[in-house]
Design a protein around this ligand. Structure first.
Ligand SMILES: [Zn+2]
Length: 236
């Protein structure tokens, strides 16, 4: 595996929960810039991966890094205490293809972490999945399907759609793990993750970071089979 550069930062707390989730992020900065920005905002992640595939470790896995913020996934509220967080450097905020070197490094690191903590596949998700009203990362270009093929996270088989009789969008999103308090935001986060082509690219990164989902967004009915197939896969 890629050599890991250790560069510990002071923004963390003692962990009180067992690690049971892996959260993927991206940021439109180089790793060096990210260290500065995270420091200013008093944030952190356990790892940062640069575009050349270099891995920086900034918080010990034993500790709770400050990467998730207010968040929910399945039974868990406030993911920081329960998770490992990985930041990928991405100038286009995850809207343009990640580099191969970076993806290779991320796959290796994720696999090591998942097998070490026996993290369930349903708990390997993105920041946008756990904070749908607040965060757009790791973006529509994050290769979730490829990651799932490497044993990282879950993907769907469209043939499973007919095996689930529920047709209600909100209930299906909740089965997967989304907080549906803001249904449109949750549905948009789902689309970003599972039907990325349906999500428009936004080259204005500042706007992307503030307008997380179109306020008038409604789940496109044409993707209901995808949603059902996912719910089938994520069902407890
Ligand atoms: Zn993030």
């Amino acid at each position: 595996m890629t050599r890991i550069i250790q560069h510990f930062v002071p923004h963390f707390e003692e962990r009180h929960q067992k690690v049971q989730a892996l959260i993927l992020h991206c940021s439109a900065h180089t790793p060096e810039e990210m260290l500065k920005v995270l420091d200013e905002k008093k944030l952190s992640a356990h790892y940062i991966i640069g575009e050349n595939g270099e891995i920086w470790q900034t918080v010990s896995e034993k500790n709770k890094a400050w990467h998730a913020g207010i968040s929910h996934w399945r039974e868990i509220d406030g993911l920081n205490d329960y998770s490992i967080g990985i930041e990928l450097s991405s100038p286009a905020m995850g809207q343009k293809e990640y580099t191969k070197k970076q993806i290779d490094s991320a796959v290796g690191l994720c696999r090591t972490i998942i097998s070490h903590y026996q993290i369930p596949a349903c708990n390997v998700v993105g920041h946008s999945d756990i904070a749908p009203t607040r965060r757009p990362d790791p973006g529509k270009a994050f290769p979730w399907q490829y990651f799932a093929s490497k044993g990282i996270g879950l993907w769907y088989d469209i043939n499973d759609a007919e095996k689930i009789s529920i047709n209600e969008v909100e209930e299906l999103l909740r089965i997967i793990g989304y907080d549906t308090t803001n249904l449109n935001a949750a549905a948009y986060a789902f689309c970003r993750h599972f039907v990325a082509d349906s999500v428009a690219e936004n080259s204005d990164i500042e706007q992307l970071m503030t307008e997380i989902y179109p306020k008038d967004f409604e789940f496109p009915h044409v993707y209901l089979p995808v949603l059902k197939a996912c719910a089938y896969r994520y069902r407890r």
